[in-house]
Design a protein around this ligand. Structure first.
Ligand SMILES: Nc1ncnc2c1ncn2[C@@H]1O[C@H](COP(=O)(O)OP(=O)(O)O)[C@@H](O)[C@H]1O
Ligand SMILES: N[C@@H](CCOP(=O)(O)O)C(=O)O
Length: 389
């Protein structure tokens, strides 16, 4: 009997300004316990595979145990079929242990996609390196932040390579044509579209050892697809870049503190306008600010603000703006910064200590909206691993 365990972390995407770019793997793990009886030669089972499940959504039956419908097994089958294998090996059993809350902004679907791609590689005994696995992940989950963090681990920046027009066409093929059809659709024997090579890339950022992540998880779901529909197609310039004149003047106030009189008054007067400038400046700061030891709370707080996604998602997450706007390192001991985790509704607070108080404060704001929460203290996690028994 062959057996192995695939372990994939959850993730928090965006971390404020890094919309669709930055991801952080965190210490809650999806596990697939896989057994294959390679001595058997035939099977009555659909696709030769059976599934069992424990964990989040277990009671509601949200996760299908039919291998033709389950996200994990459809992803694995996609990888297998791209490599000339139509089914799972005879007598494959996958027991899924999933403590990652579903639809809460902690990358449950990203983890399922990464674990599914790894499952395809392992059961098919395929010679695919980790970067090629990333290509497969990106054919399915099209924003790279969650899958990048879940696959590679740690605190990552992800980016997509410019593709040739033919490769763009392949990478933009609707998901329905990539993944095998659900509910036992007839196997036409057709090969699915293979991912172009090198779709996505990542870079690991440093993470200061003092920084922990508090995840406050409300008891309702926001589907990521729905939370993407509320985002605008274009943004006001000031939400993305700075006003040039103010940006030039503001640093002089810092560099030349000896400036006195009317000039200083002018600089100070311009400062609030400069602070309206947004994501480009903050995303430049964020990876440096979170890597510095000891952490600088004011810098991290500033670096974690966003204008590209959070404000638009308020309508789906009661209390969000109050939480992100009312807490800062000066009012809350131990706090470094606070943001929406992924597409929400989970709130991610980064902190060095006073974790209980910070969580209680955020929970109290959700309570005012009639929303119950649980919370977890998490650490950056390693990427996906496979352990053979
Ligand atoms: N372990 C899993 N196995 C199968 N499907 C999963 C698993 N985890 C998540 N999913 C699917 O992903 C959906 C949630 O994805 P999404 O809306 O992107 O939220 P998030 O990724 O923030 O949790 C679930 O409703 C379910 O359909
Ligand atoms: N960048 C994406 C991240 C979605 O993360 P999830 O954990 O909510 O699936 C977005 O903000 O839409």
């Amino acid at each position: 009997m062959e057996s192995f365990v695939i372990k994939t972390p959850c993730s928090s995407a965006n971390i404020g300004p890094g919309f669709d770019v930055i991801g952080l793997a965190l210490s809650v793990y999806l596990e697939l316990h896989v057994t294959i009886d390679r001595s058997k030669t035939s099977s009555e089972k659909k696709l030769n595979c059976t599934l069992s499940y424990e964990g989040q959504g277990e009671d509601s039956g949200e996760i299908s145990l039919d291998p033709t419908s389950n996200l994990l097994t459809r992803v694995a089958l996609y990888v297998l079929r791209c490599n000339g294998q139509r089914c799972f090996p005879v007598e494959t059993h996958v027991h899924i242990k999933n403590p990652i809350p579903l639809g809460r902004g902690l990358g449950s679907s990203g983890a399922a996609v990464v674990a599914g791609v790894m499952l395809g590689k392992e059961i098919g005994k395929l010679d695919l390196d980790i970067d090629r696995l990333f290509d497969f992940c990106l054919m399915i989950e099209r924003h790279p932040d969650n899958v990048g963090a879940a696959l590679y681990g740690g605190f990552v920046g992800t980016y997509l390579k410019p593709l040739s027009p033919e490769d763009v066409a392949r990478a933009e093929i609707p998901l329905a044509e990539v993944l095998p059809s659900p509910q036992g659709g007839v196997d036409t024997g057709e090969k699915p579209p293979e991912p172009p090579y090198g779709i996505g890339h990542h870079i690991k950022f440093p993470w200061a050892k003092e920084i922990k992540a508090i995840a406050i998880i409300p008891n309702f779901q926001v589907a990521t697809a729905k939370a993407r529909e509320v985002l605008p197609k274009s943004y006001p310039r000031a939400d993305v870049v700075s006003y040039t004149t103010n940006f030039k003047l503001f640093p002089q106030a810092l560099v030349y503190p000896q400036v006195r009189g009317p000039i200083q008054v002018l600089l100070v007067a311009l400062t609030p306008a400069c602070l309206q400038t947004f994501n480009m400046q903050r995303i430049g700061l964020l990876p440096v600010a979170l890597g510095q030891s000891p952490p600088d709370p004011d810098l991290i707080y500033l670096a974690m603000q966003d204008k590209l996604h959070q404000q638009y998602r308020q309508a789906l997450i009661p209390g969000l703006s109050e939480i992100t706007e009312s807490m800062s390192p000066s009012t809350q001991k131990g706090l470094l910064g606070v943001c929406l985790s992924g597409a929400g509704p989970t709130i991610l607070a980064l902190a060095t200590d006073h974790f209980d108080e910070i969580a209680a404060n955020i929970i109290s704001k959700f309570t005012k909206q009639g929303i119950d929460c649980e919370w977890k203290l998490l650490e950056p996690a390693e990427g996906t691993t496979v352990v053979r028994k």
